[in-house]
Design a protein around this ligand. Structure first.
Ligand code: ADP
Ligand code: MG
Length: 698
């Protein structure tokens, strides 16, 4: 059977299944084989009934002593109950709403039963166990070794009508029928990093004999994604290294004079980052660098100094912000800090009034530093000689956006991205592996620490009173709400972005109503959420900044980087539901003015782990430390948005494994340095092209 065959070709898969499989994005045999388990239950040891432990998954082997079907009228359910015995004792097994089980299993059936031992209402029983008949009276017992019990049992992402058991049932015969799969991974790499070959790996990932076989197979599939990603990074880097950029002449003495005239002294890591950027833009190769640093760490000044250098060379720089408010903020910062260059800087946003004149002067090269929103990269904007592009709060500057900036340019501009989102190291080495990194690790010394408190439920009223007091003194407050947890959500089931936003909206609305009607009826509150249009959001932020409201109730979408120095309170509801790095980011919204600021973390959870986790926010030195912790505790999804990456789950999880990230990087370097066009690796060449396409679609 060919891998590209549609699953309808598989015997036993009718139109109904085809539809259901489609929900799991499975259309072909290949898709089905690449639908990997997200976990394995280890039932490899058969446990004597007398030694079962409560709340543990286990497999027992026994004989059915008694079996009955009854209807529970109260719960409107059909319940099958069986008493299973072995030499050491007996235990009840209970199946809910699976009446057919009563027809398959009989008194005297000998079988394996795998499930969890539950204790409830003074009863101990095996709940909904999977079973596999090993010998029986009356029923067909033909077996090819156990598929569902007594081994390592894979658990798959499921959907209505398609269970893990069903998937396993379909997969087993297919693996015998499929054609040989060509392995695109270079054999020398597989050998060096001790990874299984593809045909073996695809079998072991679905039907491992033990957990270590499963691990080996998973490692291979994760490794290949990281390997491709690293190849992609190397390729982007080498391509850029062949491009030409404007080599800027940097007069060190002049730069020193400029920094000495600033109203503050640069921090050590600001100096280091500046140095790294300057040595890049002096080269005739385009810079591709990410400047990371906490909110308020002073990234803008550093980027602005680079822009000033372009201007000093008679060349131009573009300074791109995600919103109108931020663009204005940058414009003000630059003109205030570098008054000497006042006439070189212009602001270009959707709201700019005399656009025509400005566009003309940008084209003529009168304006050297153009600060603005996406209006900068729209049609009709032409630079005379663009040497540098600075992009704020956007990790990635899209290929197309780059292309627009390149229009009419003989040379490629140097690129500098700025971000306050702390990225753990494994991620910066992979997802952002094509970028060079500069990191500002400390805040300026003059910052007052923000008083951070975890508020227990019994102190909620007191905290509200405190907030009201602050507002009466003229301050403002942010309130952040988490998304409502989607109740009894099945493991492995995926919510769409839209569903998530709906849940978020519901929660912010509830909180807004409660606060504005019951808690603070006399104050002016406003609400902000992800389903609003960006114009609307910007207006609200602007109004809040202009003190038209006392409290801003928001989801986690709250605009990055906006400076509201008068806001001194950051109150976070359901703090335990956010990542640490994210909480840290929220807190960075306050503490930007002269007044003492406060961050209040509300949680209903009394669990020790939650308390400990939240408390690490009180001691953390910077956001990176917390990002590493988050990655460990919550996985990489939160850093990238779970659904939009197009990066398989198995590789996402591997991003937690520094060892593997490093190995994949070395492997990619080995191949790329000897065979950059994959001439000696034709299968890899085909696979890599596909990978590139998938990445660009992101
Ligand atoms: P970021 O963009 O990293 O969030 P900004 O560049 O907006 O931070 O800086 C925040 C504020 O701190 C600005 O008002 C800026 O002028 C000021 N600032 C920057 N560097 C320093 C420094 N070394 N010492 C004191 N203040 C600084
Ligand atoms: Mg900023």
């Amino acid at each position: 059977m060919e891998l590209s065959a549609e699953i309808s070709k598989i015997s036993g898969i009718g139109p109904k299944f085809v539809k259901q499989f489609e929900k799991l994005k499975i259309k072909t045999v290949k898709d089905l084989l690449w639908h990997f388990p997200f976990r394995y239950d280890d039932y490899s040891k058969i446990v004597p009934i007398g030694e079962l432990a409560i709340n543990q998954p286990a497999t027992i082997h026994g004989v059915i002593n008694k079996i009955s079907i009854r209807r529970s009228w109260k719960k409107n359910m059909i319940i099958v109950e069986a008493l299973i015995i072995d030499d050491t004792g007996g235990i009840k097994a209970v199946w809910f709403n699976q009446p057919y089980i009563g027809k398959i299993l009989h008194q005297g059936s000998e079988a394996n039963f795998a499930g969890k031992i539950i204790s409830s209402k003074n009863e101990i029983y095996l709940s909904n166990p999977t079973y596999e008949v090993t010998s029986s009276r009356g029923s067909s017992g033909a077996m090819n070794g156990p598929k569902h019990t007594a081994g390592v049992i894979p658990v798959y992402p499921e959907t209505r009508g398609i269970t893990s058991k069903g998937i396993r049932f379909i997969l087993k015969p297919i693996l015998k029928e499929i054609d040989h799969i060509d392995d695109f991974m270079p054999p020398e790499i597989l050998k060096k990093y001790v990874l299984p070959e593809i045909n073996l790996a695809i079998r072991k990932i679905h039907f491992p004999l033990n957990l270590s076989e499963a691990e080996g197979a998973r490692k291979r599939f994760a490794f290949e994604e990281l390997f491709l990603l690293q190849l992609n990074n190397l390729k982007i880097k080498s391509k850029l290294a062949q491009e030409k950029a404007i080599a800027l002449d940097v007069d060190v003495d002049y730069l020193r004079k400029l920094t000495e005239e600033l109203p503050f002294a640069l921090t050590e890591s600001q100096k280091k980052s500046l140095h790294e950027i300057i040595s890049d833009i002096k080269k005739p190769r385009p810079m591709n660098r990410l400047l990371q640093g906490d909110v308020g760490s002073g990234k803008t000044v550093i980027a602005a100094l680079a822009a000033i250098m372009a201007s000093k060379n008679g060349k131009q720089a573009a300074f791109l912000a995600p919103t109108e408010v931020l663009a204005q903020q940058h414009f003000q910062t630059i003109t205030k800090l570098f008054p000497e260059f006042d006439h070189d800087v212009c602001l270009l946003t959707g709201a700019t009034a005399d656009k025509k004149t400005i566009l003309r002067d940008v084209e003529n090269g009168v304006f050297k530093i153009v600060v603005g929103t996406h209006a900068i990269i729209q049609k009709g904007v032409k630079f005379k000689e663009l040497a540098l592009a600075v992009v704020d709060e956007q990790h990635r500057f899209g290929v197309e956006q780059r292309a627009t900036l390149l229009r009419n340019q003989k040379l490629v501009p140097h690129f500098l991205s700025m971000s306050a989102t702390p990225i753990p190291r494994t991620l910066s080495l992979t997802i952002f592996g094509d970028l060079e990194l500069s990191t500002i690790t400390e805040l300026p010394a003059d910052r007052k620490p923000i008083v951070t408190k975890v508020v227990a439920p019994e102190n909620r009223q007191k905290a509200y009173g405190f907030i009201e007091e602050q507002i009466k003194k003229g301050r403002q407050a942010f309130v952040i709400c988490p998304r409502i947890e989607p109740g009894q959500q099945e493991e492995g089931k995926i919510l769409t972005e839209m569903q998530k936003k709906m849940l978020e909206l519901k929660s912010v609305k509830q909180e807004f109503e409660k606060l504005s009607q019951q808690i603070f009826p006399k104050l002016k509150l406003v609400m902000l959420h992800g389903k609003m249009k960006s114009k609307e959001k910007e207006q609200i932020m602007k109004d809040f900044k202009d003190k038209k409201f006392d409290i801003l109730v928001s989801t986690s979408v709250i605009e990055v980087g906006v400076d509201v120095p008068n806001a001194t309170i950051m109150m976070i509801e359901g703090a335990d539901r956010f990542g640490l790095a994210q909480l840290y980011q929220f807190r960075g919204r306050v503490g930007r003015g002269v007044h003492q600021s406060f961050c209040l973390l509300f949680t209903d959870s009394t669990s020790d782990t939650v308390q400990r986790r939240l408390n690490s926010l009180l001691t953390a030195k910077n956001g990176f430390e917390l990002a590493e912790k988050d990655l460990e505790l919550r996985g990489p999804g939160q850093f990238m948005g779970e659904t939009q990456t197009g990066f398989p789950d198995i590789a996402m999880r591997a991003l937690q494994n520094m060892e593997m990230v490093k190995s994949a990087r070395s492997a990619a370097e080995e191949i790329f340095s000897n065979d950059p066009d994959f001439k000696n690796h034709p299968l890899l060449s085909v696979r890599f092209k596909k990978f590139e396409k998938q990445i660009h679609l992101e």
